[in-house]
Design a protein around this ligand. Structure first.
Ligand code: SAH
Length: 422
C-alpha cells in the first residue's frame, strides 16, 4: 500500500502547473498540492529521448498451437476434413467447447470413440494451464492465474454482480503502454495473446461457473449461468493486438455453437487511446461498448500518466471517442482513476466536463474509480470527500457519472493490479 510518507509533492503548492485559460480561476481557488507522477521501487523504461518506452511490436516468441477458437466455422470444417473425418464433426466439437465448456474426450459421447482423442488433440489443444485460483468478496470474485504454452503468465477476474456476471480478460501477456500507475505495464510486453487464448479465458470461466465455483447464486435457481459481460480490462492493451482481439470479439458474439452467443453491447473494449485503432473499431459495425482510459483532461499531466499521450493528445482521443459514438450510437465510457493530489483537483473535473460538453451531450459517461495502489507506487487513492466533489462537479455539468467499485483488491485482482507475479 502507498502511504502518506510516500507521497512526493514535487509540484508548486497552490497552483497546478497546467492552466487551461477557461479554468484558471477555479485553479487558483483549488489550494491543494499537485503531485506529479514518479515511480518508486521500480524504474520506468525510458528510451534514448528520455521518454517512457512504448512497445507496439512484440518480441518474437513461438506461437501457441492453433485451436478451434482461432478458426472460422469454415476453417474448422476444413481442419476436421484434413484429419480424415466428416466435416459435420466440427460443429459437434464446437458445441462441446462453446456450449458445454468441455475439452474432455470422455464427455463427447456423440463422437465416435475411436476418433475423439484425435479430434481433441487436433482442434482443442490446451492453451491455458491453471497456476492458481484465488477467491474473495465472499466467493463473488475469483482471480485466475494462467500459464500459456511458453510459460507466459496472464490473469482473468470473474465477478458476480446483481443481474450479471462479468469477466475481466487479458489480451496480451504484459503490456507495452508503460503507464506508471498500472502494475501490468511495469514489466513491459511479453507477447500478444492469440484469439483462442483470449476466448479460452471465457470458456474456462464458464466451466468454473457451471461447476458451482462462483459464490452468490440465488438459492433454488436452476437455470445454468454463464459469463454475461466481458471487459477487456485485464492485462494488455487490446487495441495494440487489434486483429486477434477483434477475432475474439467476433467469436464471443457468434451464435452457439459457432461461438459464445454473447451480446456485443455487453463487451467492453478499453484503451489508452490508440486513435487510428479506435477509428478502425468504429468502422467494424460491431457495437461493442467503448471505454477510453483518460485519467487526466490536460496534456501536461496525461503525457506523464499515459505515455501514449505523446502520440495522440487528449483532444484527439476525445474526438475519436465522440466519432465512435457517432458511428455506433453506443454511449462511450471515460475511465478516470482518481489519484490523490495528482489528477483529482476540482479544476480538472471542470476541465473534463468542459471538454466532454464541447463535443455534445448524451454521448458519454464518466467512470471515476479510486486508484488501486500497486506495489512500488508512491501514489494513493483520493480522499472520499474529494472523490464526491469530483463526481458532483461532473454531474452538475450534466455529465452522467458513476463511481466504480474496486473488486478483488485483497487478491491483487483489482484494476491495474494484474501483474502475474509468481
Ligand atoms: N490497456 C487498456 C486496458 C487494461 S487496464 C486500458 O488502459 O484501458 C483497464 C483499466 O484499469 C484502465 O482504465 C486502466 O487505466 C485502469 N487501471 C490501471 N491501473 C490502475 C490502478 N492502479 N488503479 C485503478 N485503475 C487502474
Amino acid at each position: 500500500m502507498a502511504s502518506e510518507r510516500g507521497i512526493r509533492n514535487n509540484g508548486a503548492a497552490a497552483t497546478p502547473r497546467t492552466t487551461a485559460r477557461s479554468v484558471s480561476a477555479a485553479a487558483t481557488t483549488d489550494a491543494r498540492p499537485q503531485v506529479r507522477p514518479a515511480t518508486e521501487g521500480w524504474q520506468q523504461k525510458v528510451g534514448p529521448d528520455g521518454r517512457p518506452v512504448l512497445q507496439f511490436a512484440e518480441p518474437q516468441r513461438g506461437k501457441p498451437p492453433v485451436h478451434l477458437a482461432d478458426l472460422t466455422p469454415e476453417q474448422r470444417t476444413a481442419r476436421v476434413i484434413e484429419l480424415g473425418l466428416p466435416g459435420f464433426r466440427a460443429k459437434q466439437l464446437s458445441t462441446h467447447y462453446f456450449t458445454h465448456c468441455t475439452t474432455d474426450p470422455a464427455r463427447m459421447t456423440d463422437l465416435p470413440a475411436a476418433h475423439r482423442d484425435e479430434l481433441v488433440a487436433g482442434l482443442l489443444p490446451p492453451l491455458l494451464t491453471e497456476v492458481r485460483r484465488l477467491r474473495t468478496d465472499n466467493g463473488d470474485t475469483i482471480k485466475f492465474l494462467w500459464k500459456l504454452h511458453d510459460g507466459a503468465l496472464v490473469e482473468s477476474v470473474l465477478m458476480r454482480y446483481p443481474g450479471r456476471i462479468t469477466l475481466c480478460v487479458s489480451s496480451q501477456a504484459g503490456c507495452g503502454m508503460n503507464c506508471p500507475f498500472c502494475a501490468t505495464g511495469q514489466a513491459g510486453l511479453t507477447r500478444n495473446m492469440s484469439t483462442a487464448e483470449i476466448v479460452d479465458q471465457v470458456v474456462q470461466a464458464n466451466a468454473a461457473i457451471a461447476a458451482g465455483e462462483l459464490g452468490g447464486k440465488k438459492r433454488g435457481e436452476t437455470t445454468p449461468e454463464r459469463v454475461s459481460n466481458i471487459v477487456f480490462m485485464g492485462m494488455g492493451e487490446p487495441l495494440a493486438n487489434y486483429n486477434r482481439v477483434m477475432d475474439a470479439v467476433r467469436t464471443m458474439v457468434a451464435p452457439q455453437p459457432h461461438g459464445l452467443g454473447m451480446s456485443a453491447r455487453h463487451i467492453t473494449v478499453s484503451t489508452v487511446g490508440l486513435v487510428p485503432a479506435i477509428e478502425k473499431l468504429a468502422a467494424e459495425k460491431i457495437p461493442v461498448t467503448f471505454a477510453l482510459s483518460l485519467h487526466a483532461p490536460d496534456d501536461e499531466l496525461r503525457d506523464e500518466l499515459i505515455p501514449v499521450n505523446s502520440r495522440w493528445k487528449v483532444d484527439e482521443a476525445l474526438d475519436a471517442a465522440r466519432a465512435y459514438f457517432d458511428a455506433t450510437g453506443r454511449r462511450v465510457s471515460i475511465e478516470y482513476a482518481l489519484i490523490k493530489d495528482m489528477n483529482d483537483h476540482a479544476w480538472r473535473a471542470d476541465l473534463l466536463a468542459q471538454k466532454l460538453t464541447e463535443r455534445g451531450r448524451g454521448w458519454v459517461h464518466v467512470n471515476p474509480i479510486p486508484l488501486n495502489p500497486t506495489p512500488g507506487s508512491i501514489w494513493t487513492s483520493s480522499e472520499p470527500a474529494v472523490m464526491r466533489e469530483f463526481v458532483r462537479r461532473l454531474e452538475a455539468a450534466g455529465i452522467p457519472t458513476t463511481l466504480r467499485d474496486t473488486r478483488g483488491k485483497e487478491i491483487d485482482g483489482a484494476c491495474g493490479q494484474l501483474a502475474a507475479a509468481e
